[in-house]
Ligand binder design. Structure first.
Ligand SMILES: [Zn+2]
Length: 712
C-alpha cells in the first residue's frame, strides 16, 4: 500500500512499512552469484548485425574493461557486460553489496563530507540558521567523547516515562509518545494523501511494531530464520544487561520482546498482500475504529496529537489492528513496558555509547553479511542527510548540479514521455477507451528534477552541540509533528520525498509525479560527455522506469488525478494481468542462490517498470539517432553500435556484487529483483536486444515467442 515506488531500495528499513508517506529521520535505521555461464568463441561475441556505416571513434561513458569477453552476450548479458569487474572487485568489508551505485554514492559522500566538516568547523554561524543546525548536528554526531560521557543521560527521561506506565490508559498514552519518537512500536500512524481523494490529506493507521525485517523472520522454521532469531535474542539480552538488568532478567525480557513481536508478526500481512491497494484501504469513522480496536485508545490519542477534530481514518490492515488491540489488553503491562524499552533503545542505538553501537552492529551483520562497521563519518553523514537533508542539500546542489544538467534531464523526460505516448497508441491489446485514459494520465505527470523549488523550513527545530541523542530525539518529534500538521491543509505539491544528493528516483501515485534528485544525474547514469546511447541506456531507462511505475500493476490503478480508481475496461485489465503474469512467472524462476528464488509477485511492479523503462528509452534513443544522423552515418564509438552501447549502459548501472546474506534478505523484503535479473530480465524479452548482439533463436538470452512478455 505504499504510495511510492522507488528505483532502488536499501535493505533493513524494517517494520512500519504500512506508513511510508513520511521518510524516517531515524539515524538508527540500518544501512541497509551469478548464473553459470557457458563460454563462447570470440567470433560470436559482440557481433553487430550490420557492418558499421559511420565513422569509428573512441567513446565516453562505458567501462569496457569491465566486460568478460569469454562470455557471450547472448548467453548471459550481465556476466558479459560486467564479468571482469565482478571477478576483480571484492565487496568492501563494511558493505553487504557493492556496485556502480555505491561508487557514485561514495563520490557524493566526498562532496557531502566536505560540506559537513566545513559547517561543523564553523562555530559562529547565527543561531537558528540552517548552517548552524547542520554544523551542530554533524559536530554532535561525531563527538564520541561527549557521547560516551553522557551515557544514557539524555534517554533517561524517556525511559522514566515508559517506567511510569501503570495501566492500559497509561500504555496507550505512551504508545503515542513512541509514535512521536518513531520507535516503531506496535503500529504506524500518520498523515498522507488520501489514496482515493488525492486533493485531501487523511489519517492512516497500519500494521507495524516489528524489529526484524519482515514477519517471515519470526514465523519461519528454516535454519537461516532460526539463526537470525537467535542473534536477535542475544542482541536484546545484551542490550537489557547494558541497561542494568541482571542476566536472568535480561534473558527473560528478551524472550518477552520476541514473544510480543511474534504475536504481531502472526497478525501482519505479508509483503505481497500489502501490495493489494484496495484491500489495504479501509476508510472508517473514528467512532467505528474505536469500536473495532477499543484498546488502542484512539479517542484519547487523536486529541493528544492535535487531531481531535478528525472524523475519519483509513485503516490499512483491520485484522492486524484488531489483534494489536486485543494484545494490548491481554498481555501484561509490564511486558509492553519491556517491549517499548527495547524499541526505544534499539531505535537510537547509533546515538548511544560505543557498546550499544557495537551490539547493534553484531546483530545487523548476521543479516547483512557485512564484516565491519562503516566508518562513523559515513553513518553520521547518512543520519544528517536523513534529518536535515534539505538544509545542506542546498549547498550540495550549488556544487554538484548545473542548470545544463537540469535542461538535459527535462529534454530526456520529454522524449521518453513522448515514446510512452506512442507506445500506448500503438498497443494492439488495448481498447481506445482505456488508451484515452492512459494518455490523460501520461499527460498529467508532474516532473521534478534536481531539488525542490521551495526548501523545507526547519525553523521550528532546535539543534545544538550539547548532545547528539538530544538532537536525534528532537528531530524525530519535529518531523512527526510536521507530518501531522498537514492534516486539513491543502496538499503541498512542492514537497519532495528524497533529498537532493540521493542516488535514486521515485514515482508517487497520489501526486502522479516522477522525481529525480540531483544525486542520480551523474555518471554512470548520466554523463554530459557521453553519447546519447549511453545516457539513454542509463538515465533514460531510469526515467522510463519511473514513468512506467504509473502504469505498473499498482500504478495503473490510479488515475490522472492520482486517485485510486479503475479506469480500465474489463477486457484490457484482463489482458494486462495475463501479460504481467508472464513476467511474474519468469522472475519466480530466477534462482540467485541454491534453493533461493526471486518472488515474482513481490517484485512485479519493479520488474514491469524495468521492462517499460528499457523499451521506452530504446524507442526514444532511436528517434534521437534519426534526428541527429538523418543520413544514417551513425558514429561507432569504441567500435560499438549505439544499440550495443545502450544495452551495455543498462548493464553497467546494475553492475553489482552482493553477499549471500544480502541476497537472502533482498528476495524476502525488497520489491526490487537482484541486479543480475534487473539487467537480463527485460532484455531476454526484447527482440531489439537480440538484434543488437546478433543472438540466435536458441541462445539463453532469447525467450521463445510464446513465453515472451511485452506490456508497454
Ligand atoms: Zn522502481
Amino acid at each position: 500500500m505504499t504510495s511510492k515506488s522507488y528505483l532502488l531500495l536499501t535493505l533493513g528499513t524494517a517494520a512500519g512499512l504500512a506508513l511510508t508517506g513520511c521518510a524516517s529521520s531515524s539515524p538508527a535505521a540500518s544501512a541497509s552469484t551469478t548464473d553459470t555461464t557457458t563460454t563462447a568463441t570470440a567470433s560470436t561475441i559482440a557481433t553487430a548485425t550490420e557492418a558499421p556505416k559511420g565513422p569509428v571513434m573512441p567513446g565516453v561513458g562505458l567501462d569496457l574493461s569491465a566486460r568478460d569477453l569469454s562470455v557471450s552476450p547472448c548467453d548471459n548479458f550481465f556476466q558479459y557486460a560486467s564479468g571482469t569487474w565482478l571477478k576483480n572487485t571484492p565487496i568492501p568489508a563494511a558493505e553487504s553489496s557493492w556496485g556502480s551505485w555505491n561508487t557514485l554514492i561514495d563520490q557524493n559522500n566526498a562532496v557531502l563530507r566536505n560540506i559537513l566538516e566545513t559547517a561543523a568547523a564553523n562555530k559562529s554561524a547565527a543561531k537558528g540558521t540552517n548552517a548552524q543546525k547542520v554544523g551542530d548536528f554533524y559536530a554532535s554526531a561525531m563527538d564520541t567523547v561527549a557521547i560516551e560521557k553522557a551515557g544514557l543521560k539524555y534517554l533517561q527521561p524517556e525511559l522514566a516515562r515508559i517506567n511510569s506506565v501503570k495501566d492500559l490508559k497509561g500504555l496507550q498514552t505512551q504508545l503515542v509518545r513512541q509514535q512521536m519518537l518513531q520507535t516503531r512500536s506496535v503500529f504506524g500512524f500518520g498523515v498522507r494523501q488520501d489514496s482515493k481523494k488525492s486533493t485531501e490529506y487523511a489519517l492512516y493507521l497500519g500494521q507495524g511494531g516489528l524489529t526484524l525485517p519482515d514477519r517471515d523472520y519470526y514465523l519461519k522454521e528454516d535454519a537461516r530464520s532460526k539463526t537470525i532469531r537467535s542473534a536477535y535474542t542475544t542482541y536484546l539480552t545484551n542490550m537489557f544487561k547494558m541497561l542494568g538488568d541482571n542476566e536472568a532478567t535480561a534473558s527473560k525480557n528478551a524472550a518477552t520482546v520476541l514473544r510480543l513481536e511474534t504475536r504481531l508478526a502472526k497478525a501482519s500481512k505479508d509483503r505481497v498482500a500489502l501490495r493489494d491497494r484496495y484491500a489495504n484501504y479501509n476508510k472508517m469513522t473514528v467512532a467505528e475504529a474505536n469500536k473495532q480496536f477499543p484498546n488502542l485508545g484512539l479517542s484519547a490519542m487523536l486529541p493528544q496529537v492535535g487531531l481531535g477534530s478528525a472524523k475519519e481514518i483509513i485503516v490499512g490492515q483491520p485484522e492486524f489492528m484488531k489483534e494489536a488491540s486485543t494484545a494490548l489488553q491481554q498481555e501484561p503491562i509490564a511486558d509492553w513496558k519491556t517491549y517499548m524499552r527495547a524499541h526505544l533503545v534499539n531505535s537510537v542505538a547509533s546515538a548511544l555509547p560505543k557498546a550499544y553501537v557495537d551490539e547493534s552492529f553484531r546483530f545487523q551483520q548476521v543479516m547483512s553479511g557485512a564484516k565491519q562497521q562503516q566508518p562513523r563519518w559515513k553513518r553520521m553523514l547518512r543520519s544528517t542527510d536523513a534529518t536535515l537533508g534539505e538544509a545542506f542539500g542546498q549547498i550540495y546542489v550549488e556544487k554538484a548540479f548545473t542548470p545544463e544538467t537540469k535542461q538535459k534531464a527535462l529534454e530526456m523526460v520529454a522524449n521518453i514521455k513522448e515514446a510512452m505516448g506512442e507506445h500506448i497508441q500503438a498497443l494492439e491489446w488495448m481498447s481506445p477507451a482505456t488508451k484515452t485514459e492512459a494518455m490523460k494520465k501520461l499527460n498529467s505527470f508532474t516532473v521534478k528534477i534536481g531539488y525542490p523549488d521551495k526548501w523545507k523550513d526547519y525553523s521550528e527545530l532546535s539543534i545544538s552541540r550539547e548532545s547528539y541523542l538530544k538532537n536525534v530525539l528532537a528531530a524525530r518529534q519535529w518531523e512527526y509533528k510536521d507530518n501531522l500538521s498537514k492534516y486539513g491543509k491543502p496538499i503541498d505539491r512542492g514537497e519532495w520525498g528524497m533529498t537532493p544528493p540521493t542516488v535514486n528516483a521515485y514515482y508517487n501515485s497520489s501526486m502522479n509525479e516522477i522525481v529525480f534528485p540531483a544525486g542520480i544525474m551523474q555518471p554512470p547514469f548520466f554523463d554530459p560527455k557521453a553519447d546519447d546511447a549511453v545516457n539513454y541506456g542509463g538515465m533514460g531507462a531510469v526515467i522510463g522506469h519511473e514513468i512506467t511505475h504509473g502504469f505498473d500493476d499498482q500504478g495503473r490503478q490510479s488515475d490522472a488525478e492520482g486517485n485510486l480508481r479503475d479506469w480500465w475496461t474489463k477486457e484490457d485489465a484482463a489482458e494486462f494481468t495475463k501479460r504481467a503474469g508472464l513476467v511474474g512467472a519468469q522472475y519466480s524462476a530466477f534462482q540467485p542462490l541454491d534453493s533461493v528464488f526471486v518472488n515474482g509477485k513481490l517484485t512485479m511492479g519493479e520488474n514491469l517498470a524495468d521492462f517499460g523503462g528499457t523499451a521506452l528509452a530504446y524507442s526514444a534513443l532511436q528517434k534521437q539517432i534519426k534526428k541527429q544522423y538523418p543520413n544514417g552515418n551513425v558514429p561507432q564509438f569504441d567500435g560499438l553500435t549505439p544499440e550495443q552501447r545502450f544495452f551495455l549502459a543498462w548493464a553497467q548501472i546494475w553492475r553489482t556484487s552482493a553477499r549471500p546474506e544480502y541476497i537472502r534478505q533482498q528476495v524476502l523484503t525488497d520489491p526490487h529483483s537482484p541486479a543480475q535479473y534487473r539487467t537480463n530480465g527485460p532484455l531476454m524479452n526484447m527482440p531489439e536486444f537480440y538484434e543488437a548482439f546478433g543472438c540466435k533463436q536458441d541462445a539463453k538470452m532469447v525467450r521463445a515467442e510464446n513465453v515472451r512478455a511485452r506490456i508497454w
